[in-house]
Design a protein around this ligand. Structure first.
Ligand SMILES: NC(=O)c1ccc[n+]([C@@H]2O[C@H](COP(=O)([O-])OP(=O)(O)OC[C@H]3O[C@@H](n4cnc5c(N)ncnc54)[C@H](OP(=O)(O)O)[C@@H]3O)[C@@H](O)[C@H]2O)c1
Length: 241
């Protein structure tokens, strides 16, 4: 399926207990190309073969991840970490709703942690030489595409994630040119993260996690060097930053 990767490869799903993450694990389990499937989340549960419970928004959690995978090449890494509501956070409608605490929490999970996870996994990508990394962002993180406003913390955090992804992609191009990083928008997908807000989306525009996972894997499988460093929707179309 992944022509850029070897015939037997190791895959890691970060956020393997989540809606899209668990569905990605199910799809990857069914692929002969995937030899070892690792999953991480705070709950440490999910359909991966090997599961780790770690809070990847902390230095300790990421150090544990690095120790757990030490010496293993990773050919496919999909990071689905995300926070839209919960933990005292709710998407803001007006500037009066915005707090420094929510801005910081959202940025920590949505923006900083995916980049810092990649830092922790750098040795595994170095061992793999050829690898695909998919970082799940969101279309609402696009500044060019922002027509509705609102959702200050989540939008800002995803925009920051996009900038970090772009910067990481440039460094990968210099240091690990066989590792391609794609920033991905899964489309509106039924999950714990999206459920309270699905009322705004027509039913035929809501993906099941299984469909979203299959579509994201198709985008990754079809990626060429020209996709490295770009922001791509579930249907393979580019999204303006
Ligand atoms: N669903 C949508 O409509 C939609 C649309 C656009 C973009 N996205 C993006 O797609 C990604 C996946 O979304 P989803 O709908 O599948 O969300 P989800 O069901 O809430 O899954 C998020 C996953 O991240 C894990 N996680 C969160 N904080 C963590 C932490 N500190 N350490 C380790 N794991 C952590 C959660 O597991 P634990 O709670 O067990 O830690 C869970 O496995 C997110 O980046 C989201 O922003 C989703």
């Amino acid at each position: 399926m992944f022509s850029h990767l070897p015939s037997r490869c190791n895959a890691l799903v970060i956020g393997a207990s989540g809606g899209i993450g668990a569905a990605l694990c199910d799809e990857l389990q069914a692929l002969a190309q995937v030899e070892r499937l690792y999953g991480v989340s705070r709950r440490g549960q999910g359909p991966a073969t090997f599961n780790l419970a770690a809070d990847l928004a902390t230095d300790e959690g990421r150090a544990e991840l690095a120790r757990w995978l030490a010496g293993q090449p990773l050919h496919l890494v999909i990071n689905t970490l995300g926070l839209l509501h919960g933990d005292g956070i709710w998407p803001e409608k007006r500037i009066e709703d915005v707090s420094a605490e929510a801005l910081l929490k959202s940025a920590l999970v949505n923006a900083f942690s995916p980049a810092l996870c990649l830092q922790a996994l750098w040795p595994n990508l170095t061992l793999a030489k050829n690898a695909l990394v998919g970082h799940l962002s969101a279309r609402v993180g696009s500044i060019a595409d922002n027509r509705l406003g609102g959702w200050y913390s989540y939008r800002a955090a995803k925009a920051a994630q996009n900038q970090l992804n772009r910067t990481l992609a440039i460094e990968l191009g210099r240091r690990l040119p066989g590792v391609w990083l794609l920033t991905l928008h899964p489309g509106t997908t039924i999950s714990d993260l999206s459920t309270p807000f699905l009322g705004n989306t027509p039913k035929d525009k809501q993906f099941s996690p299984q469909r979203a996972a299959r579509q994201l894997l198709q985008v990754l499988a079809g990626a060429g060097a020209q996709h490295h460093g770009g922001f791509w929707a579930w249907d393979g179309q580019p999204i303006p930053w």
